[in-house]
Design a binder for this molecule. Sequence first.
Ligand SMILES: Cc1ncc(COP(=O)(O)O)c(C=O)c1O
Length: 470
Amino acid sequence: MDLFLDPESGEPLAGQLYEQLRRAITGGRLLPGDRLVPSRQLAAELGVSRHTVATAYGRLVAEGYAEGHAGGGSVVAASPAPPKGVNRSGPAAALRPARRFAGWSPYFRPPPYGCRFDLRPGLPDPTLFPTLLWRRQVAAAVSSEHREYGDPAGRIRLRRAVADWVARSRSVAAGEDTLVITCGAQHAIDLVSRVLLEPGDCVAVEDPGYVPVVRLFTALGMRVVGVPVDDQGLVVDLLPPSARIVYVTPSHQYPLGMTMSMPRRRALLRWAARHDAAVIEDDYDTEFRYVDRPLEPLQALDASGRVVYVGSFSKTFSPSVRLGFAVVPQPLAEPIAALRQLIDWHPPTAMQTALAGFINDGLLDKHIRRSRRVYAERYHILTEALSGPLADHLTARTPNAGLHIAAFLRRGLSENEVLHTAARSGIVMAGLHDCFQASPAQPGLLIGFGPVSTTGLPTALGTLGRILAS
Ligand SMILES: Cc1ncc(COP(=O)(O)O)c(C=O)c1O
């Protein structure tokens, strides 16, 4: 099993080793009874002290994942147990989720261990994160905290900062009274949908589309209908007349990457007005555009107040900060704030204050400009590979924006097999198949270029080419 320790990550090496082994055990890659490599040997292989390995093993034993053997050495426990004091066989074992949640587990998983090249879609590069500048903002925000419950719509300072920023950068008409701060775009879509819909209502989504949002609508008890997309985006003529919400990604269709054309935008707005429906415009990554200028958002074109504009700081800044926002028509603002208060009140106020400072000091714009230059280079490396060495095996839809490119697999290649073989070579990507609802699924790859380094990307693509050729 491949183990990778990063001495520069700031995490203690023993902790990194413990975590990788624990995940290998809970993920089934190490099975009950499997011997852990003797500590002296593993220490030599990894170039760490024996004490580091012994500390990691000791913790695995203490927490019931491994057992020490009388003759020395450790093996994976017969039934890797939860920590002492946690009893899984008590009355809670009788509980079952509601039928619509049966068999559910989280959609996104951390990359498997042994991952050398992270080509997952839609993720920014964590090494670009402006740690020092952010730390300063957070420290100042914590010192000036009021330590009270905050406004459920979000801190006024942040709402003003985001409203100005989104007006400046995207021509979105937002004011502090119509902007709600959320824990990311997904959360914004959740709040807006709950306030707009009754259980059983019909929601139209792009097909193929963004799976977590489709799942969210299902979790909310909605009837979800997939509507095909073409080169101009969602095919408006195929929308079900009963749809109460149309969820779209017009700047950069997820996953295929096309931009919704201006005639299609206008047709969608006319359709929504005729059918008294709402439109959720998910503008999750438009800041990373490499080729042309973005078109006017639906929200700016909308004259009848039926578009909700959703944005996220997960790509422009970091998904770990968990902040996003929705710009909503006035009548929705107060009910959303009321609902928000009942659920989790608001995101941590210090984080909100810190982000407001970061935006107001011009640091977000600077960070985006810098990141865009880095991603543009990776985008060009990937597009060249897709039109060159990979073109025999993949047909790419080259988008103008974003942090990934979707590519269909040549006939005869199995998506699953390619993903698994790539994972065995240390490359992690996502497949296209899952993104389809009703339309016939087409096998393909979603190749991200956010987290992988600019020097590592050509190596990863070379390996991918060899895998596809074999
Ligand atoms: C299309 C789309 N919408 C929404 C999101 C969710 O963003 P957030 O992290 O802000 O919830 C993502 C994240 O990858 C996405 O790709």
